[in-house]
Each structure stands twice: as structure tokens, then as C-alpha cells.
Design a protein around this ligand. Structure first.
Ligand code: FAD
Length: 282
């Protein structure tokens, strides 16, 4: 009988780590490689927090994916007896002038069974008196969404992967020969070669460098400014994460985080969230 396939997953960020764990649980033999470690400070999945939400504008696959991720977080947090997802609630604030982003996914939220409430600005003012809703017409409140401990959760996923028998190596895969017609093995940064039955490249913003002909400039790094504030809890009681277009504000522990709009470092047509590329065995 043929033994279980050996899959190499390259990149241990949010995409690579979870891919490796799911493959390991489906009884593949998995080797996970990362040049700098899960959720490292150069990775898209690094830093302290990421927002988990279902509202993603009118035309997208993310609402469905977020619904599945929310269920998986419940399952794995229970299994690991650790909390990474803080369900503070997420509040989207919409103006009457331009609410396509908020109005668009309402149907999708319903079909994905993500709990949400549509609230008028009067209802929001009553519920969160600490927030200034001037100029806001209505909002979407997602009570079961919130923020995720980003780097810590990437590390937890890799820890679980190793506990379940997966092999993790803190090594880089060199880009040489990856786009050759037959990918038989990959070269690692310690000079050794790794041969697998299949390869999953989950290298986030590095994908363009790894696959210059196939991906090239389609994936580019973005920049987002994040400010951390200390706040007096008696002045500003805990509230949900608030989002207005792409400005986010939320409270973590006794501090507050303000994230300003993402700016692209160069032109890009693929958001980083779609940055996993799978290369099947040839
Ligand atoms: C500033 C910012 C804010 C964001 N906010 C949110 C948010 O609030 N909510 C949300 O859902 N999403 C958010 N995103 C998007 C989300 O963080 C990313 O989609 C996600 O982290 C991408 O994960 P990834 O695994 O594809 O990439 P990465 O996390 O970048 O992982 C790629 C990994 O590959 C490794 N690697 C690269 N090259 C090699 C190589 N040659 N050999 C071995 N390893 C290699 C790297 O070390 C890295 O660890 C945000 C992204 C950014 C940048």
C-alpha cells in the first residue's frame, strides 16, 4: 500500500500554518518551512492583532471564509484551552452618501450565518455613548467577531502542528528553479534539498520573488500605520471594534489601537489575503 503523501508547506504565516495543520490532520506527512518563523515581524501575519469580521464589501469570497474561520477558532480554542479570538464585537459605521461597502455584504452575512444587526445612528449613540457618530447614518454590528492575537495564534498553530507529528524546520526555500517545468525538489538555505510529493507555497508578499514569471508584481507589500494609546478606562469604557471605511479603532487590554488606511507600496491587483499558491505534484 502506498504510504501517505509527503507535502512540503513553505511559509508558516496564517495561511501556511493552518494549511500544514489541516494537511497533518488529514494524515499527510507534512514538512513546514519558514525562513523567519511563524508570525515574524516581516510577515503579513506578524504584529499583535488582526480584526476578524464578516463585512468585506459587495463582491468577494471572504464573508464565507470568515464564517468558516470563526467556527474553526471556536473548535481549536476549545481543544487547546487557550483564547486567541477576542469577541469584542465589530461595528461598521456607514454614511448615507457611500455605503456600498456595508450594504453590499448584508445578504452574504445572512447566508453565511454570521450574526449581525443593522443599527440606526440613534440606536448606536444610545448603545455606545463614548463614540461620536456625527455624520454616520447607520451601522452593522457583528457581535461574535472581534480581534485575534496575530503572532501568538500563528505560533500556537505551528505548536499544535508539531504536537500532532508535523515536522517544522526554520529554513528558507531558495527561489532557484521553482518555475522550471518539473519541480522535483527544492533547495533549502542550509544547502540541503527537500523532495516531497506536493508543495504548497504560502509565502505571502514574497511570492512575487519566488515566482517572478508567474506571480511577479501581482503581489506587493502594503504599508499600514498603527498607533498605540494608553487610555483611562473610566473615561472610555470598553466598546466594540469600530470601522469607518478602512480606519479601525479598538481596545486591547488597557490600551487602544488606531489603524490608519492601508497604502500600497506599488500598483497591485491582488490583495495579500489571497496570497497562498499551491503547486501540485507534476
Ligand atoms: C498591515 C496589515 C493589516 C492587516 N489587517 C488585517 C485584518 O485586520 N484582518 C484580516 O483578516 N487580515 C488582515 N490583513 C491581512 C492578513 O494579515 C494577511 O492576509 C495574512 O496574514 C497573510 O498571511 P500569509 O500566510 O499569506 O502571509 P505571511 O504572514 O506573510 O506569511 C508568509 C511566510 O512565508 C515565509 N517565507 C517567505 N519566503 C520564504 C522562503 N523563501 N522560504 C521559507 N519561508 C518563507 C515568511 O517568513 C512568512 O512567515 C492585514 C495585512 C496587513 C499587512
Amino acid at each position: 500500500m502506498k504510504s501517505n503523501p509527503h507535502i512540503a508547506v513553505i511559509g508558516a504565516g496564517a495561511f501556511g500554518g493552518w494549511t500544514a495543520l489541516q494537511l497533518q490532520e488529514s494524515e499527510a506527512r507534512v514538512t513546514l518551512l519558514d525562513a523567519w518563523g511563524p508570525g515574524n515581524s516581516r510577515a503579513s501575519s506578524g504584529g499583535e492583532t488582526r480584526v476578524m469580521r464578516g463585512t468585506y464589501g459587495p463582491d468577494q469570497p471572504y464573508t464565507e471564509m470568515a464564517a468558516r474561520a470563526l467556527k474553526l477558532w471556536t473548535k481549536y480554542e476549545r481543544r487547546w484551552k487557550q483564547q486567541f479570538l477576542h469577541r469584542t464585537g465589530v461595528l461598521w459605521m456607514a454614511t448615507a452618501r457611500d455605503d456600498v461597502f456595508e450594504r453590499g455584504p448584508v445578504k452574504m452575512l445572512r447566508s453565511a450565518k454570521i450574526k449581525f444587526q443593522e443599527l440606526s445612528s440613534t440606536q448606536m449613540t444610545k448603545r455606545w455613548p463614548q463614540v461620536n457618530f456625527e455624520g454616520i447614518e447607520w451601522g452593522i454590528f457583528e457581535p461574535e467577531c472581534g480581534y485575534l492575537d496575530a503572532r501568538a495564534s500563528c505560533q500556537a498553530v505551528v505548536d499544535a502542528f508539531v504536537r500532532e507529528g508535523g515536522k517544522y524546520e526554520p529554513l528558507a526555500v531558495l527561489a532557484d528553479g521553482l518555475e522550471d517545468e518539473k519541480l522535483r525538489s527544492v533547495t533549502l538555505s542550509d544547502g540541503s534539498r527537500l523532495k516531497a510529493d506536493g508543495y504548497v507555497f504560502a509565502c505571502g508578499p514574497w511570492l512575487g520573488k519566488m515566482f517572478p514569471r508567474t506571480v511577479g508584481n501581482l503581489v506587493q507589500a502594503t504599508k499600514q500605520d498603527i498607533f498605540f494609546f494608553g487610555i483611562a478606562l473610566n473615561i472610555c469604557p470598553y466598546g466594540p471594534i469600530t470601522l469607518d471605511a478602512f480606519v479601525m479603532a479598538f481596545q486591547v487590554g488597557t490600551g487602544a489601537v488606531l489603524r490608519l488606511p492601508t497604502t500600497r507600496v506599488g500598483p497591485s491587483s491582488i490583495p495579500l489575503t489571497t496570497s497562498a499558491l499551491s503547486i501540485p505534484k507534476r
